[in-house]
Write a protein that binds this ligand. Sequence first.
Ligand SMILES: [Ca+2]
Ligand SMILES: [Ca+2]
Ligand SMILES: [Ca+2]
Length: 267
Amino acid sequence: MLRSSRMIHLSIFTVFAAAVYEAGAQQKSYECHRAKTPVRVDGRLDDRVWKAAAWTTDFVDIEGSVKPIPRFRTRAKMLWDDEYLYIAAELEEPEIKATLTKHDSVIFHDNDFEVFLKPGEAPGYFEFEINALNTGWDLYLNKPYREGGKADNSWEIPGLKTAVAIHGTLNDSSDKDHGWTVEIAFPWSAFASRLPVAKPEVGDQWRVNFSRVEWKAGVTKEDNWVWSPQGLINMHVPEHWGYLRFDGPRTVAGGRSGRQHGANGLQ
Ligand SMILES: [Ca+2]
Ligand SMILES: [Ca+2]
Ligand SMILES: [Ca+2]
């Protein structure tokens, strides 16, 4: 009895989520090129190899186009090589703030940047959150919460490299900041303690999404801005994430050498 009512509940949720999703969302995809040189993980996005990588589209509200465009611009880039999956993020922010300094804190209690990665068909996936103090929270979900999944904070990433650059002043509201930039290098060995994940090959495809939690003074509910809109206020629906497509090195064709994607950003 209990079990069937729970299943009905789940199927209602699924139908509801699908309907909302159709109304507000459109999945994104990103061609992730092999990096010709390693990324220097210092938080600054001025590496030559980043300049040749495309920006994602600007982040939108988690519910999609049914909600207003976010107040501040957020976008990301990805690269990969034999050692790492590299992620760069740029978060426009007039007042950069962060308080949490303990690893595996609930980082979204601060303004944050979040990465969600699902490497294969197995239901498990990985989440990483970071704040402007470069404090990280790595966790594994064996399946989505709505299916009874549990957060496993004991997932750790030996060899992880992260850095944040502050373009302005941190925790000083007397001025107006430009924003913060993030670099993350996930070693391919990061996932093996939970799922049999191998280094990808050209042509492989993972699911990925990025989220930014932004708090506004005097408002108790946070904003959630994401790359690939979820269609509902829930990041834990991996089937709504975007696609990460692993490609070879970026080739220059038709005299498009040095072509820039998007306006110059925070470096
Ligand atoms: Ca750098
Ligand atoms: Ca952890
Ligand atoms: Ca400031």
